[in-house]
Design a protein. Sequence first.
Length: 227
Amino acid sequence: MLQACLNGSRTAEEHPALPLSPERLAEDAADVAALGVTSVHIHPRDVIGALTLVGPEVATTIATVRAAVPGIEISVSTNVPGNQATLIGSWAPLAAGRPDIASVHVDQPGWRDLAQALHRVNVQVELVVGSPTDLQDLPEGVSRITVSATRDTAESLLVQVESLGLPVLVHGRDAEAWSVLDYGALLEHHVRMGLEDTLQMPDGRRAKNNAELIAMARRRQRSRAPS
């Protein structure tokens, strides 16, 4: 799988093509789906552009993206200030506005409680691992492990999580984004790319938009996968 991480916590000042509104996220989701992406990871925003987990605002974003690209997996981040578990509890009645899966960072205090809150509202959990940690007795609902790594740390982190027997997605950030994608593709793990992870193409040129990043990521993924 190649996942597109469309916006992250970046601001509009960082890149003119960064999608923040539901409509712009839907447009970018449609563009990357046309390139073969089957999953998008997004950070919903409120009307002033701040990160949010509030039910109605999340629902508007998810429903808008889902209408543009029916059937695509929609992942959201829970890395938002506030009482995350309580806010996620408001997702129960969202129906088409509920994400398929949400990321939970295991370096956050109370991450197990957050994972349980997602499970209670029927949202799958992808655990984000960025350093060695105790992953015994995983909460219910965990369906994927996302390894956030550098090229130097990727191997040791993958050794730790591969034994869990769950699908693994591996990615890097900024200067490490392309080298980690190449490494993950070589090992046939899921990988991701998008403006959340980097604003630059492999040659250092500023990317035009998410679609340009994804087109390059797809080519590199295919060229590095074992034949």
